[in-house]
Write a protein that binds this ligand. Structure first.
Ligand code: SAM
Length: 276
């Protein structure tokens, strides 16, 4: 197989049937068949030969091959063993490429012999575990320095939402950076065609020095627990804090007492958490 075959639906179909592979919906197997969009994703990663990339869900290699050309070191995770021989054959020319037939949610930095502390997380994510993957890497001790992921368009829009449309999801991701939608990808650019369009989400992950992430998450979970209630009531109940204390905390953080959780930006959540 040559790389460009991946972008021809008829050649891709023949490749899959010749290898008795039927894409598994349960693993989110929708392969990207549009080279322009591969370019957009890769260029959003701002790669050079000093970069280490951790690729999530390499599939047949649509992104992997281009990553091999641009990055210094690539570790490509793919859970489906049926795809591994094709993937390995495609990228065999890259000496600094490592293909791992493993679950990305079992990724442990300590399993690597060399330093991959400073890495970029890139992938067309399997949709069924999008949030779990983001949570897993953003709560890790060694977080990626940049994230470029293709996900369902609606989820990307929710992640990038601003006040007064914040949610638990947007607050928890925006704690770590300023996610932006850098490209939109039609469902027609995938084989088999999924039911929904996609978007490419990109952001640098900021360092949170001396910040208690656990308290932040406890606070936002309590704050968003009951949608119809005022934020102050949700916090009173969820965190077992007194009304007086919360009134003082809200004043100190400059937040209106009648605010609702979805009206707060991440910086306000940070101020609240620090004042508790
Ligand atoms: N990167 C390829 C592309 O763009 O054509 C494939 C993307 S496809 C949307 C997602 C890939 O993730 C599938 O190949 C699937 O087998 C793989 N995958 C699903 N769950 C996974 C997991 N837990 N760990 C690693 N790979 C996984």
């Amino acid at each position: 197989m040559i790389y460009t075959d991946l972008f021809s639906p008829s050649k891709l179909s023949s490749l899959l049937s010749a290898n008795h592979i039927y894409p598994k919906k349960s693993l989110g197997q929708n392969f990207l068949i549009d080279k322009n969009n591969v370019e957009k994703i890769i260029s959003s990663a701002h790669l050079d030969k000093n970069d280490t990339v951790l690729e999530v869900g390499a599939g047949l290699g649509a992104l992997t091959y281009s990553l091999g050309e641009r990055a210094g070191h690539v570790v490509a995770y793919e859970i489906d063993s049926r795809l591994i021989p094709i993937l390995k054959e495609l990228v065999k020319e890259f000496r600094t490429m490592e293909v791992r037939n493993e679950d990305i949610l079992k990724f442990q930095i300590s399993n690597f012999k060399y330093q991959i502390f400073d890495y970029k997380l890139i992938g067309n994510l399997p949709y069924y575990i999008t949030s779990r993957i983001l949570r897993y890497f953003l709560s890790a001790e060694h977080k990626p320095k940049r994230v470029v992921v293709t996900i369902q368009k609606e989820i990307a829009e929710r992640i990038c939402a601003k006040p007064p449309n914040m949610s638990l999801l947007s607050a928890s991701i925006q704690l770590h950076g300023e996610p932006k939608i850098v490209a939109r990808i039609s469902k027609n650019c995938f084989f088999p065609r999924p039911n929904v369009d996609s978007a490419v989400l990109a952001f640098d992950v900021r360092e949170l020095k001396n910040f208690d992430e656990d308290s932040f998450f406890t606070a936002i979970k309590a704050g968003f627990a009951h949608k119809r209630k005022l934020l102050i009531r949700n916090l009173e109940r969820g965190l077992s804090l007194s009304k007086e204390h919360l009134n003082n905390v809200f004043s100190a953080a400059g937040i209106a007492k009648n605010a609702r959780a979805e009206q707060l930006g991440v910086e306000e959540w940070i101020k609240l958490t620090q004042n508790f």
